[in-house]
Ligand binder design. Structure first.
Ligand code: TRP
Ligand code: ZN
Length: 467
């Protein structure tokens, strides 16, 4: 027996040598997912994207998108093949390092087989040319994302997986990258994306907009709004560029609240630390049935004129979610709990209820404006949603915020402010998970015992016994 067992590795090695003979074949295929607990096919293994260059042309009347995506990535293993996430549309050509590559598709997986293997640590460029009618996708929770048509154009939104409907990539929040997005639309329409507008040129009846995002961005935060917009272009007193694009039908209602972006950011910087990006703004656009706002990087998207609380929520996400991004979709409460807590803090800092009062009302279930939350908030632990369909439910938002209030109760205000800022600084432009958070808090307050809070409030089923 022992001999047979010892023979197996030798046999395997010789088979591998045979397979590899004759030409430096040494790589293996990268994974088709990154083992996200809720979206196992999202993302891909074997490489790390540094930059996306997207050149897009859209014809709203024909609902036709033409694209060339050039993805610059570093191999994290020797690669014989790798996957990109890409849904719908038609792939016309794929090159790697300028050479035609073989490819095939199965569902959302586009598998690319380069002409030659890629060595670990090498940087490579993959270009995908594609076209077709981009799709809207329905999430496990029933909300719509991906490419949404509007009366005068389109709106692309990507939480959690919709960005793969308009460009191929490593569509998981754990792989953040810089972006250059160039979009050509019929003259008279505008294209608005993340980051800063680098140029705008009209020729032969088409206008081309070039947008640049220098800071790392998770692909679910990428956006593109095409249509007619009222544009406002200004700077905060600190010199941060503010670019807002508003559907003309929503302009009058939006103007007063969007005018408060500088004021909200000044307050947020005081509470959360330096603003993490090189520009800000907002997009207000009407897509049918779009019932939610999204914290798209630099420039959140609103489905209509937002109220001040929603503006505070989406701007707070720029620190918590956009700069400090979740490692997996299980860590959603680090986005939504913090953004909800920001709403509570804004109220506390502006003469309203204290965060403790909001917490108490939720705990006792006697708050009228949070009635719905009061019932559903105990449905599951925020750090462990039961399924993909429930990652944006009440426990992730409200009970997540309650976790932060519990920490504040233990450490006191001064240390709590340091933790809010310190967390944003420690993981700035990176990724974090729940274990990173609990470890961070414990390190900031070494004398305190948080075990009970983590057990009852973060990971425990049901309503914790003590508020
Ligand atoms: N992140 C959005 C917000 O709270 C809400 C949202 C939109 C969402 N789509 C989602 C949350 C998909 C989870 C999954 O501002
Ligand atoms: Zn949110």
């Amino acid at each position: 027996m022992a001999r047979t067992v010892r023979l197996v590795p030798a046999l395997l090695a010789s088979v591998l040598t045979l397979a590899g003979c004759g030409g430096g074949v040494h790589g293996t295929p990268g994974g088709s997912g990154v083992r996200d607990p809720y979206f196992p096919k999202a993302g891909n293994g074997g490489y790390d994207v540094a930059h996306y260059a997207l050149r897009l042309t859209y014809a709203p009347d024909a609902h036709h998108l033409t694209g060339t995506a050039t993805v610059t990535a570093r191999a994290t293993q020797d690669l014989s093949a790798f996957n990109l996430d890409f849904e719908g549309l038609e792939v016309e050509r794929v090159t790697v390092g300028g050479e035609t590559a073989r490819w095939n598709r199965a569902g959302q997986e586009l598998t690319v087989r380069p002409h030659a293997d890629i060595d670990r640590d090498d940087t490579f460029h993959v270009t995908v040319r594609y076209s077709g009618a981009p799709e809207t996708v329905t999430d496990p929770d029933g909300s719509r994302e991906g490419w949404l048509r509007t009366a005068d154009g389109a709106l692309a939104l990507g939480e959690p997986t919709g960005s793969m409907t308009w460009f191929p990539g490593n569509h998981h929040p754990s792989d953040k990258a810089a972006y250059d997005v160039t979009v050509s639309v019929p003259q008279g329409l505008r294209a608005v994306s993340n980051g800063e507008l680098r140029s705008e040129r009209t020729a032969r009846g088409r206008t081309t907009y070039r947008w640049h995002t220098g800071e790392p961005m998770a692909s679910y935060l990428a956006t593109l709004a095409i249509g007619r917009f009222d544009i406002s272009h200004s700077r905060t007193p600190d010199g941060l560029p503010v670019y807002t694009a508003v559907d003309p039908a929503e302009a009058a209602a939006s103007r007063p609240v969007l005018g408060r972006i500088p004021e909200v950011l000044r307050w947020a910087e005081k509470r959360f630390g330096p603003y993490p990006f090189s520009s800000t703004g907002a997009i207000v656009d009407r897509a049918a049935d779009l019932g939610y706002a999204l914290e798209t990087q630099n420039r959140p998207v609103f489905p209509g004129a937002p109220d001040l609380t929603l503006l505070v929520h989406e701007l707070a996400h720029q620190w918590y979610g956009d700069s400090v991004s979740p490692k997996s979709w299980r860590d959603m409460w680090l986005n939504e709990g913090f953004a909800t807590y920001a709403e509570w803090l804004w109220e506390e800092d502006h003469g309203g209820k204290s965060a403790q009062e909001t917490f108490d009302a939720l705990y006792s279930g006697d708050s009228s404006d949070t009635e719905e939350a009061a019932e559903s908030v105990w449905a599951f632990p925020p750090a462990d949603p039961p399924s993909a369909a429930r990652i944006s439910e009440a426990p992730v938002y409200w009970r997540g915020a309650m976790v932060l209030q519990k920490v504040r109760q233990v450490v006191g205000d001064e240390k709590f402010w340091r933790i809010l800022k310190g967390w944003a600084a420690a993981y700035r432009h990176g990724n974090a998970d729940t274990a990173d958070f609990t470890a961070y808090v414990e390190k900031q307050a070494p004398g305190e015992d948080f075990e009970g809070i983590w057990e009852d409030w973060l990971y425990g089923e049901g309503k914790p016994e003590r508020p």
